[in-house]
Design a protein around this ligand. Structure first.
Ligand code: ANZ
Length: 820
């Protein structure tokens, strides 16, 4: 008992201590009061049908983990909210929804670890995220539009999108060598494999040949690339997308196979190096391998095929075998050996290459390992080639027959034309982008809505029968055979063919949760619509999204998929725009005392503690003050102190007894309007840190005076409200201003007020600068002349001469012109 009491006393003292670090006003009472007020008034709920100036302000919805929101999420959401609040103050009808991306392996793996059903875990996590965390951070969320991707009322439409894509030929099932994570027991999309390892769990990924569902995003490669030019997105994200799409122009041509009635087709981006070909390489799973491999070489080739694993991008390629067969070089007629090696991938280009070791690093490494020839055909202009390296740049051709002496570009053009005319080659563009593999042999996702009929094959579930509900399974653990857990449920699998009514079986794979998040922004404005995925009119009203803010780590996954789904839905007549986000900005990331945030470093920051100790406004202002929003910043306990003092100062300054009704004098007005101008520009450019610094500076100036005017207090509270919505509303109310700080119109800069009363004039005598003098900004020419002549330096320069004329630039300069 005594110990428990002692512990409690200690805890109380600590809590007290913690509280003292925060601002002195009673934020714990102020926040719930305003939260409730905003909710009752529907302050953040725009009229989705009739809003006059719809402005869709989107942020990336979280996946609700058991650990709760982390400080990085909070940083992202608050920065986006500041933009939304600023836009709202500027008169836009801002729609700022929030939801939960709650399907997927993350949630499922965690559920398995905890021994809880994913549905139960998800419900609990969602409630915690929404009620304990998101509602406290002070964002202007419109909760009436909330979506949860695991809700059948949502995933019904995810399945509907799949059916639409299937009917349009954009979803197809095919056997493919896929990435298999032995730890997560599921396939992974190429994008989820980082340097040969599972992006999520880090396990070494295996290759398996399996039947899988793909969405044909590659049909859209060119458009996904071309449209980027017209999007106002962070440049680094556009660059990442361009790189991921990987457009590559080159030549595709065929080489005859000696002794076989066959041809090898290769793709090269360097036709100028064609005379340097010393061997040809086929991917291990290239269809020609079996046909052309000589008996004596069969074992060696089979060995390579069996071992073939995805090659890590930078690994030195050495594994390979000679097929015993030769190809005929189309220009020289010489025989070059055909090899099989795993550094050539079946999934890119033609799955076969002409190898030019003198000019390609990987070909050179392979040639060295297998003692194959190296033949230099391009010499760099001016630079010396290191003897042991491949020269991969352009240059002048040598040892290249009639093309010797030409530059790389011209030679390439002529060689392409020649092979085209000979009918064996073609100019060709290839893309690195792969089709999107969406089937998962897991439980926690929307089932792929397909039925297999013995007579009709894969038949989509009729739209009116959607959703195909995910059954409530006791045993939802993944299997190691590649079969999904749903295949263990006869009651789920057994169904009838929608076409002929004969017994049929359901597809048992579920869909990648990147499909859930590829369209959630289309659902928010229509979240209550039970008849359709989105209401066309509401969609037209609100979309495309005006501003999307999120992490750069989603550059090539989520953002590419969302663009693809939007384009496809547009082409199928369901949307009248084909790009979902006209503006996208990537926010920076937060470090903690200079370190990356990570569990292993033990430096996880729980935003709840800061909300408890400092309140939402101070946490918001501090996070936004840490650095330019697009660059991120460093979180430290020391740094937050300055923001606490700032908030306390604002609190004291804006108390009713200090506010006078007089108009601010000229100087004070100028300061106020300079502040408005700077804060407005900085918020617009997401430079929240300097906006806050400007407000701090102005607050100090105001606080040095005995009283402040109502104009100044109103302006300060409005400018600060995007960062600190609660306390600004409270002070606004105490000052008896009408309305609320968060709905007050954004102040406009009065440029007349910016003029300074006194300016420094440069005084020239006959064009030479002689002095600087202070003069009223509105001084007439005669006044300015008199003031200039008041300077001893100027008088000395004029000497005995008389001033004949003057050139006067108001506010800047006066030039006195004397007689000869
Ligand atoms: C001959 C050559 C000579 C090449 C040279 C390069 C330099 P990007 O830019 O990525 O498109 N390649 C083609 N298909 C391949 C495949 N399936 N697996 C592995 N490598 C493949 O690269 C195209 C170049 O990568 C092609 O041009 C080909 O090698 C190789 F001095 O052809 B090159």
């Amino acid at each position: 008992m005594a110990k428990a009491r002692r512990d409690k006393a200690r805890d109380d003292a600590q809590a007290q201590q913690a509280r003292k670090r925060g601002p002195h006003f009673d934020f714990a009472a102020i926040e719930p009061k305003w939260r409730e007020r905003w909710e009752t008034k529907g302050t953040y709920h725009p009229d989705l049908k009739r809003a006059k100036r719809p402005y869709y302000n989107l942020m990336m919805f979280p996946y609700p983990s058991a650990a709760g929101l982390h400080i990085g999420n909070v940083y992202a959401f608050i920065g986006s909210d500041v933009h939304g609040r600023w836009m709202s103050a500027r008169g836009e009808d801002v729609f700022e929804p929030m939801g939960f991306d709650a399907f997927g392996i993350h949630s499922e793996n965690f559920a398995i670890k905890q021994g809880v059903h994913p549905a139960a875990l998800t419900a609990k996590n969602v409630a915690h995220f929404r009620d304990q965390q998101l509602k406290r951070i002070g964002n202007r969320f419109d909760w009436s539009a909330e979506v949860d991707t695991t809700d059948p009322a949502y995933y019904r439409w995810t399945q509907w999108i799949f059916v639409k894509l299937f009917k349009a030929g954009l979803a197809e099932r095919r056997s493919a060598a896929v990435n298999w994570c032995p730890n997560d027991k599921t396939v992974l999309a190429d994008e989820q494999v980082i340097d040969g390892h599972c992006e999520r769990c880090g396990a070494l990924v295996e290759r398996r040949q399996l039947d899988q569902w793909f969405l044909k995003i590659t049909d859209y490669a060119e458009r996904l690339l071309a449209n980027l030019d017209s999007l106002d997105w962070s440049n680094r994200v556009k660059a990442a997308q361009r790189n991921w799409i990987g457009r590559s122009e080159g030549l595709e041509f065929s080489l005859a196979v000696a002794g076989h009635d066959a041809e090898v087709r290769v793709f090269t981006t360097r036709p100028d190096t064609i005379y340097g070909v010393t061997f040809v390489v086929l991917a291990p799973d290239h269809p020609l391998v079996d046909r052309i491999t000589a008996e004596a070489q069969r074992d060696a080739v089979t060995g390579v095929r069996a071992a073939a694993e995805p090659v890590e991008p930078d690994a030195t390629p050495t594994a390979g075998a000679f097929t015993g067969t030769y190809a005929i070089h189309p220009l020289t007629g010489k025989r070059v050996p055909i090899w099989v090696a795993d550094y050539v991938l079946m999934g890119y280009g033609t799955g076969a290459i002409m190898a030019v070791p003198a000019h390609d690093t990987r070909d050179l490494a392979f040639a060295r390992a297998h003692h194959l020839g190296v033949r230099q055909v391009v010499v760099p202009d001016g630079e010396a080639v290191p003897a042991d390296e491949a020269w991969t740049g352009a240059g002048t051709l040598v040892s290249s027959g009639e093309y010797s002496g030409l530059g790389s570009d011209e030679a390439a053009e002529r060689i392409i034309t020649r092979l085209e005319e000979a009918g064996i080659g073609k100019r060709k563009v290839h893309y690195h982008l792969r089709d999107w593999l969406i089937s998962r042999q897991r439980y926690w996702g929307p089932p792929v809505p397909i039925i297999y009929c013995p007579d009709h094959g894969a038949v989509p579930v009729p739209e009116e029968d959607l959703p195909v509900r995910l059954p409530d399974l006791e045993d939802y653990l993944p299997t190691s055979t590649g079969d999904s857990p749903l295949s263990k449920i006869p009651g789920f699998v057994a169904t009838t063919c929608p076409i002929c009514g004969k017994p049929a079986g359901r597809e048992t794979d579920v869909m990648d949760n990147f499909l859930d998040s590829a369209w959630y922004f289309l659902r928010y404005p229509s979240s209550h619509d039970s008849e359709q995925a989105w209401d066309p009119e509401t969609t037209r009203h609100w979309l495309p999204v005006k501003m999307y803010i999120g992490g750069a780590e989603h550059s090539v996954l989520h953002l590419m998929y969302a663009r693809f789904i939007t384009m496809a839905m547009h082409d199928l007549g369901h949307l009248d725009f084909d790009e979902p986000f006209t503006h996208f900005r990537a926010h920076g990331i937060i470090t903690i005392n200079g370190d990356k945030i990570s569990k292993s470093k033990g430096n996880i920051i729980n935003p709840d503690d800061y909300l408890d100790d400092y309140g939402a406004d101070t946490l918001r202002a501090y996070l936004m003050f840490m650095g330019p929003y697009e660059a991120g910043g460093d979180f430290s306990d020391r740094g937050i102190g300055g923001v606490v003092r700032f908030m306390d100062r604002v609190w004291r300054l804006c108390q009713p007894q200090r506010i006078v009704t007089a108009k601010p004098d000229r100087d004070a007005r100028r300061q106020m309007h300079e502040t408005i101008g700077r804060v407005d520009t900085d918020i617009g450019e997401l430079k929240y840190n300097t906006a806050i610094a400007t407000l701090m500076g102005w607050t100090n100036t105001l606080d040095a005076r005995k009283s402040v005017t109502a104009d100044e207090v109103r302006t300060l509270l409005t400018l600060l409200s995007p960062f600190a919505p609660f306390v600004t509303c409270e002070l606004w109310e105490r000052a008896s201003f009408p309305g609320m700080a968060v709905t007050a119109p954004w102040p406009q800069v009065d440029s007349a007020a910016l003029a300074r009363d006194v300016v420094t004039l440069i005084v020239q005598v006959d064009g030479r600068m002689r002095d600087r003098v202070e003069a009223p900004s509105a001084a007439t020419e005669a006044e300015a002349r008199a003031i200039a002549l008041g300077s001893a330096k100027v008088r000395a320069a004029v000497g005995q001469r008389t001033v004949r004329d003057a050139k006067y630039i108001v506010g800047r300069l006066i030039n006195l012109v004397t007689e000869e």
